[in-house]
Design a protein around this ligand. Structure first.
Ligand code: NAD
Length: 279
């Protein structure tokens, strides 16, 4: 039997509507996005974050800065936004140009405004099991698992990918829900065999159709984080969707799965930051 499709698009619309209601109740929520340089994909991401934030009633400030600006100038700009009481959430789009040190910039963001959840303070809180602002993609994944009532306690969860923004935080969140978590990466041996034991399989690799149908345990829940552009211009996930959906119990499509949830949870993080600052 084919898998149940986890409809991230519909769930994201529901989350965004909830956020919009709460923003209206709170009166004012401010977001600042900062994009340095000309990376085309980054401009597309920022466009949709801006659009969704505005639609939710968030006052969204869109800062697009020249790719040759100095690191010191960027740090000074971030300091201004940190000090601005009308800004609740501050997001610096990655990647940054090569001459700017990513870690230095991330650490300069006020942790209370860090709606990407990547400042070491927020990452550390997550590691300690006391999460504050948590990266949006992992939160979106957990929200989908909750909505579809996927059993996590005692489940075997395998996460492929160990990035700071997806792989590691989602592994920690699954661990907090009492799953037994294995993190796989580019040096993992027998990855296919490990994946085939997973009740929950999260693919966050960035390689189209990396996860084959044979790597999916019958009845498993497959979460596909990957967004890969194929030579014909279409998008593909990290999972061979057509093959995996015949084996899995649940599966997220690409597009329409994790992607829309990421932006919805980012808005929820912005609201959370605003609520904390109002408290
Ligand atoms: P990343 O490049 O930072 O990390 C990729 C990870 O995959 C690494 O940890 C690496 O060890 C692992 N990997 C690479 N090759 C591998 C191999 N052959 N075998 C096993 N593991 C391997 O990527 P990221 O930022 O975590 O993003 C991963 C994918 O998810 C990308 O396609 C990205 O575009 C997508 N993404 C989607 C969303 C969304 O909202 N849907 C959000 C963030 C990232």
């Amino acid at each position: 039997m084919a898998a149940t499709i986890i409809d991230g698009k519909a769930l994201a619309a529901k989350v965004r509507a909830e956020v919009a209601d709460e923003v209206a109740e709170l009166g004012h929520v401010g977001l600042a996005t900062v994009l340095v340089g000309d990376d085309p994909a980054s401009h597309v991401y920022i466009n949709s974050k801006q659009k969704m934030a505005t639609a939710a009633g968030i006052e969204a400030h869109d800062h697009r800065l020249p790719g040759d600006m100095s690191q010191d100038d960027l740090l000074a700009f971030i300091a201004e936004l940190n000090a601005d009481d009308s800004i609740d959430g501050l997001l610096v789009q990655l990647p940054l140009p090569d001459h700017i040190e990513e870690h230095t910039i991330i650490e300069a963001i006020d942790p209370a405004k860090d709606i990407d959840g990547i400042h070491p303070y927020n990452a550390g809180r997550l590691m300690m099991g006391r999460p504050t602002l948590v990266p949006a993609t992992p939160r979106g994944i957990m929200r989908m698992l909750e909505e579809y009532e996927i059993e996590l306690q005692g489940a075997n969860a395998v996460v492929i990918g160990r990035s700071n923004i997806v792989g590691k935080p989602v592994a920690l969140l699954l661990l907090q829900k009492d799953a037994t978590v294995t993190i796989c990466h580019s040096k993992t041996q027998d990855l296919a065999a490990l994946a085939a034991q997973a009740d929950i399989l999260v693919a966050a690799i960035g390689r189209a159709k990396f996860v084959t149908g044979a790597m999916v345990k019958p009845g498993a829940c497959v979460i596909d984080v990957g967004i890969n552009r194929l030579p014909d211009g279409t998008l593909a996930g990290d999972v061979d969707y057509a093959a995996a959906r015949e084996v899995a119990g649940w599966i997220t499509p690409v597009p329409g799965g994790v992607g829309p949830m990421t932006i919805a949870m980012l808005l929820e993080n912005c609201l959370k930051a605003a609520n904390e600052s109002a408290a």
